[in-house]
Design a binder for this molecule. Sequence first.
Ligand SMILES: N[C@@H](CCC(=O)N[C@@H](CS)C(=O)NCC(=O)O)C(=O)O
Length: 191
Amino acid sequence: MLTLYDAARCPYCARVRITLAEKDVEYEAIEIDLADRPAWIYEKNVTGRVPVVEEDGWILPESAVIMEYLEERYPEPPLLAADPADRALARLWIFRHGDLTTPYYALRRGKEEAREQLEVQLGRLDAALSLRPWLGGGEFGLADIAYVPWILRMQQMVGITFDAHPGIGDWLDRMVDRPAVTAEAGIVAAL
Ligand SMILES: N[C@@H](CCC(=O)N[C@@H](CS)C(=O)NCC(=O)O)C(=O)O
């Protein structure tokens, strides 16, 4: 049985929760109190951060790496496209997620000047989603999962709406139709 060291409020953990749910993998979740982390979490991950997964004594941190691991370990249903160009595009979005999350976290720390930068990055996302239905191209997949945790938290945490970004709004409507994302929206609503 796979174990996920998890935190409800953590969007990086949300990436893993959604990937596991999409692949219908049964797992045990161990909730870590991020305000009072147990010392043993550093034995699982030198940074002390979650998410971490453990399977048969084998341990893996880092959400982007965990998503790729789960894709290979549990290949059905596939969450990376068959086409190498689309796979590369999905990985590029994941690699550059900091372009969006850096201004998001700055805004959460009260740096109001980051709002403009966040809107610029949302504009880039919106433009991409206006051209193709999903971040990785023609099919839902890992790139969409990698971004939706922050999009789901944005309105609640930093008062962002997507009125000016209809491509994101439409994508989000399609995302929350998926049970895995509906469940995550419920977690966010309860934060
Ligand atoms: N690069 C890591 C980031 C994980 C991360 O920042 N997790 C946060 C919770 S959302 C955490 O554990 N924070 C505790 C800390 O920074 O000490 C990943 O993608 O998994």
